[in-house]
Write a new protein. Structure first.
Length: 133
C-alpha cells in the first residue's frame, strides 16, 4: 500500500488535473459562469507541483481571467507563490485520496476507471501543468 501511494504521488507530480466540463449548463445561475458544484468537489483545476505545492483554479472563471490578464496574471501568480497550498496522496481504509491543503484540508477520493481519472467521482483530464513542474 505504501508503494502505491508513492507511485501515485510520483505520477501526479507536475500534473494539471483539469475538470472535464460537461455540456450541461443549466446548473449555472445567470451571470455566474464557472460556479458549478458536483458532489464534494467544485469544478476546479489543480496544478500539482513536484515540490509538494498546489495551485488551484476554478475551471472556467479562472481560465477566462488568466487569458484576459495575460502576462500580468502570470507575474502575479509567480509573486504570490508563497500563498500556495500543499498536496499529497494518502491511503485511508484501502482508498486513495488526494489531500489538498490551501485553507481547509480537502480529501478528494481518487479512482482510475480505464482511461478516466476520477476525483470525488468527477472526471478529470490529467495533463502536464503549464504553471509548475
Amino acid at each position: 500500500p505504501v508503494a502505491m501511494v508513492e507511485l501515485w504521488q510520483d505520477w501526479l507530480k507536475g500534473k494539471k488535473l483539469q475538470y472535464k466540463q460537461t455540456n450541461i449548463t443549466s446548473y449555472a445561475p445567470a451571470g455566474m459562469p464557472g460556479m458549478y458544484y458536483g458532489g464534494g468537489a467544485m469544478q476546479q483545476n489543480y496544478h500539482l507541483c513536484s515540490d509538494g505545492t498546489v495551485i488551484r483554479k476554478s475551471a472556467s472563471a479562472g481560465q477566462a481571467a488568466a487569458q484576459t490578464a495575460g502576462q500580468n496574471m502570470m507575474a502575479y501568480g509567480q509573486a504570490m507563490s508563497q500563498g500556495r497550498g500543499t498536496w499529497h496522496v494518502a491511503l485511508q481504509k484501502g482508498e486513495l485520496f488526494l489531500v489538498v491543503r490551501d485553507g481547509p484540508e480537502q480529501g478528494l477520493k481518487m479512482e482510475q476507471e480505464g482511461d478516466t481519472f476520477l476525483l470525488d467521482s468527477m472526471s478529470y483530464y490529467v495533463t502536464d501543468s503549464d504553471l509548475c513542474q
